[in-house]
Design a protein around this ligand. Structure first.
Ligand code: GRF
Length: 207
């Protein structure tokens, strides 16, 4: 499965996916393309360092023309023969032509137990701050398929962790990052193995 990763920031999930492929623990997946809206993101710097094909594609680059941005994404995806897309801290919405071309073939990871603490504006530390402010006793991470509605596609995998009384957004984010490192590669492994079926808003694994 030739994979493209879309990322805006630090690139921790991108590095982790790369490392797991290199170690042989994420078989069946080839990291073929990185797309970032931010030319100075850790993600794009990592891709350049490792020689992974990468593109800085954003509305600013294409003269604020959403159709041209969608075309640039699709051109890059087709050129690299991409089968599947993983969003990893990608803060822009995916254009509808890309969602249509890759229907049921885009995953995202979110640092809460969706549908709680998801949706527009819920990203990064804001999620953990909101979880703590609400007094939740558990949080976690969710891997889900991407649809037009933010953070609302079929859930493939979730794992929870406790929220401790002494937690800050920072300490909670570190605990959840450990979950992300485990479940995103695991989710990609499942998809690459062809075991995942989607039915409405649910996913099922072929036995
Ligand atoms: C992760 O917490 C992920 O759940 C969320 O954005 C963050 C990206 O981190 N969607 P990184 O750029 O992969 O380090």
């Amino acid at each position: 499965m030739r994979l493209a990763v879309f990322a805006s920031g630090r690139g921790g999930n991108l590095r982790n996916i790369y490392e797991q492929i290199t170690l042989g623990t994420l078989s069946g997946v080839e990291l073929a393309l990185v797309i970032s809206n931010n030319s100075r993101s850790g993600a794009i710097e990592f891709a350049i360092e490792k020689g992974i094909t990468s593109h800085h594609q954003s509305l600013a680059v294409v003269g604020n023309d959403p159709e041209r941005l969608a075309e640039s994404h699709l051109d890059a995806l087709r050129t690299e023969g991409i089968d599947f897309i993983a969003l990893a801290g990608y803060l822009k919405s995916i254009p509808i032509p890309v969602l249509t071309a890759y229907s049921d073939r885009i995953l995202n990871i979110h640092p809460s137990l969706l549908p709680a603490f998801g949706g527009a504006g819920m990203y990064g530390m804001k999620v953990h701050e909101a979880v703590i402010a609400r007094g939740c006793k558990v949080s976690g991470a969710t891997v889900h398929f991407v649809t037009q509605e933010y953070d609302a596609g079929p859930i493939l995998m979730q794992q929870s962790c406790p929220v401790e009384e002494s937690d800050t957004a920072e300490t909670l984010s570190e605990r959840i990052w450990e979950i992300e490192r485990t479940i995103y590669p695991e989710a990609l492994r499942l998809v690459a193995s062809g075991q995942v079926q989607i039915a409405g808003s649910r996913t099922f694994l072929d036995s």
